[in-house]
Design a binder for this molecule. Sequence first.
Ligand code: FMN
Length: 212
Amino acid sequence: MTGRSPARAVDPDAFRAVSRHWTTGVALLTVRADEELFAKTVSSLCTLSLDPPLVSVAVDLRSPLVAAARVAGHYAVSVLTDRQHGLARRFAAPGAGRALGLFTGAPMRTEDTGAPVLEGCLAWFDCLLHDVLPGGDHALLIGRVVAAEGQPGEPLVHHDGRFHSLELDLELDVGPGPVPDSAPGPPGPASGAAPAPDSDPVHRPTAPAGAR
Ligand SMILES: Cc1cc2nc3c(=O)[nH]c(=O)nc-3n(C[C@H](O)[C@H](O)[C@H](O)COP(=O)(O)O)c2cc1C
């Protein structure tokens, strides 16, 4: 991204352009509802309250995850490592929210609430749905954390429409070829990582900017 992003005319495009300056981690929001699994790449995770322990995630109202979380009464958020950039891309694809068949290669286990948690992630929060608040074209899913765990590792970072690794100091989504879900072995350039369609709605030309 080059040049300045003037903030005066806050139309969706301007909002989107300025929002690209905000750097976030990347997580997988997951729900199990009516024996169906739902997953979605999110960057809007917020640790909202310590007492009680609450997190929030802003979810596009068009996503099946909103209804699924209401039905299930739970959700989990798995914070992704830099090795999991392939999963971040897979679950950011349009329509990926209803994750039929997409869990292949994404090992999950069930935690206390019944929500699926991603194996090998950097940290996870298992939540009972505490409240759903309106947030423009997004719903703010507030979760009461009933279990959580973290482990050492390198986070996947999202900035300016691209995935990054703090450790590798690389832009992970540059280069041709298929993308592994999680690259085993020593850190190195994402072997032939494909330029992903930029499916973050903040940067999606057709979608109104969301709350992230
Ligand atoms: C880095 C990144 C962060 C994203 N964060 C969010 C988010 O916080 N909330 C959201 O609703 N969509 C977010 N998206 C977009 C969704 O991942 C994507 O639209 C969705 O998975 C498509 O499936 P669905 O429309 O069936 O839910 C993000 C995408 C990317 C690449």
